[in-house]
Design a protein around this ligand. Sequence first.
Ligand code: PLP
Length: 376
Amino acid sequence: MQLTPFKLERYFARYEFNVKYLLCSSDCESLSVGDLLAFEPDAEEGLRRHWLGYTESTGAPSLRQEICRIYAGIQPEQVLVHSGAEEAIFLFMHAVLQPGDHVIVHWPCYQSLFEIARSIGCEVTYWEARLQNEWAPDLDELKHSLRPNTRAIIINTPHNPTGYLMPQADYRAVNALAQERGIILFSDEVYRELEYDPANQLPPACDINPGAVSLGVMSKAYGLAGLRIGWIATHNAPVYARMAALKDYTTICSSAPSEYLAELALRQRGQVAGRNLQIIQDNLSLLDAFFTNHADRFEWVRPKAGPIAFPLLSGEDIERFCHQLVTRLGVLLLPGTMYGHPGNHFRLGFARKNMPQALAQLEQYLNPSTKAGGTS
Ligand SMILES: Cc1ncc(COP(=O)(O)O)c(C=O)c1O
């Protein structure tokens, strides 16, 4: 297995904990342990009493029961808990793929969604999201990419980095296509529940496609990345069994206190995700004004879901721009080149409470005569 360095994670490792403003985070505003425990009167006492032995390898039964409530027809034995979404991606690919298999990946994307397949020796085709189509990947292109040895299709909607939310009809067509051809659909749904219009929320793939694997996590919509709890939900029993067997060689089981806190947060998920969606909506109205004022410098496709977008910068190299911004004003943006994307894009994150201050700094950088504090 030859894994190349994870560009985006290396970039974050360099800056994340020593800059003042993270204006490209893909997770939502987090909570303290105390904030989370305050949701329920007995929660603190429950945590004190919580046993610190190994937990069940598939995930604590009560946590899996709570996760099932996200889905329409999933039972606890169809949920496999992991240490973050990242472990689930790694195990899925190793459970399902062989050297020489063909994999189609919605792209640009979180690097592990294609890199692990490539490291196994698979042929990878990018199903490309393009700015000129407002980041919609083309269904005909997907059909034309299929090969006799296509083993998996990997999608991510709501999408990192563009904020694209697939329309219902397209999503159902992708699921139907995979099902007809006996191809496993791996559906990264880590930004689900952050749709700006709830009517646009897609059903989890595992609820409409018996072969599909849905990926969920505490990190993104719920803002609880430090718990390192993710999961897959699937009716595909052979894939589940192979992933569960591999987990004995990675983490065996998840952290017991994290499982306890994840279960608590999921019982309150309406409130936890709702608070984050409100932060996003408030920040988006500032971004609308910002991009209207700077239409000469940026092209911005307003996302339909999630905490991130992928604007295009004109007139200056994106890596240089991001470097100057972080070194002069301590504001971190993520150049699109970290996705291996050749365009002059950057990832913008807007689910943090201090986004208005970060945006004011960006405004000042663009227009030094502006007093920091205003965003127009
Ligand atoms: C689309 C997507 N999938 C998976 C992950 C991995 O999530 P985690 O860090 O919680 O393991 C990320 C993290 O940024 C992501 O954006």
